[in-house]
Design a binder for this molecule. Structure first.
Ligand code: ADP
Ligand code: MG
Length: 267
């Protein structure tokens, strides 16, 4: 631990100087370089950056599926070394559910396999979260009977039902049509109003970041480095111009960085 920084009791997840690399046959790919950020309880924390900047890689490392080449990731003061039920993932792909299990069985699966809930308690928990995402009517359906948006709702219910320390969402709405995507974003905010869960949400969409996040980490193109961290909008904000100002600021930061990179390359 760096002795110069006294621990902030509100900090849930602490990403410190994290460099993430992939070893391929011929070379080493550096996906992120010395990334620092801190997520507090009940944050709707956004990782925003262009494709290939290492957002998914960062989320995988937080999930415990990758070990940093440099730096460390601490959850509630302890270094993350492996996957755990305290961090649940929701992916972009619609095939993340078990096709041979019903909707309810899918939501119950981690509850039971983690041993956190048993029998009737697991079923009640699954029902509670299926109700929250409006899918109780489909509890006995199989995944192939659902639309893409419904499948994502099941994956969200499954993640939330575990009541993890942090929900990790990797572009969960990117493959949905624009109208469904908007509806799902509104639903996520209503779910947050209800339970104030902590979420790290990856996106490359500036409007999505502004709509969902109370804090936004802006990452530079490959390899991902922190360009800035911005305060997003609070849920009770009545300032109608705030989104526009935030969008202008994000664009400024992105373009300022691009120009600097180009200048450096031509120097
Ligand atoms: P993002 O999610 O921001 O689009 P990724 O985290 O998927 O970015 O990828 C970051 C960088 O790491 C990219 O250059 C990508 O090509 C590379 N990368 C991702 N996964 C692998 C892998 N399994 N092997 C080698 N390189 C990878
Ligand atoms: Mg990605």
């Amino acid at each position: 631990m760096n002795p110069s920084t006294s621990p902030n009791p509100q900090v849930l997840l602490d990403v410190r100087g994290v460099t993430l690399q992939y070893k391929t046959q011929n070379h080493l790919v550096t996906a992120t370089y010395r990334v620092d950020f801190q997520v507090c309880k009940s944050d709707r924390y956004i990782l925003l950056g262009p494709s290939g900047c290492g957002k998914s890689t960062l989320l995988k490392a937080i999930g415990g599926f990758l070990t940093p080449a440099e730096g460390e990731i601490m959850l509630k003061g302890a270094a993350i070394s492996k996957p755990g039920y305290d961090r649940m993932m929701v992916f972009q792909e619609f095939d993340q559910l078990l096709p041979w299990k019903t909707v309810k069985q899918n939501v119950m699966f981690p509850l039971l396999s983690s041993g956190k809930w048993k029998g009737r308690a697991a079923e009640d928990k699954a029902v509670c979260y299926l109700e929250k995402v409006g899918l109780m009517k489909f509890a006995n359906h199989y995944p192939h009977m659902l639309s893409g948006g419904m499948k994502q709702r099941v994956a969200i219910a499954r993640g939330m039902a575990m009541e993890p320390d942090v929900l990790l969402m990797d572009e969960p709405y990117a493959a949905l049509d624009a109208l469904t995507r908007r509806k799902m974003q509104d639903e996520l905010l209503h779910l947050w109003d209800d339970t104030h869960f902590t979420v790290i949400f990856v996106t490359h969409s500036i409007p999505e970041a502004i709509k969902l996040g109370n804090r936004i980490l802006l990452l530079s193109p490959h390899p991902g480095q922190v360009r800035a961290e911005l305060e997003g909008r609070s849920r009770d904000s009545t300032d109608r111009d705030e989104a526009g100002r935030l969008e202008a600021k994000i664009n400024d930061l992105l373009f300022a960085g691009e120009n600097m990179n180009q200048e450096a390359q031509h120097a």
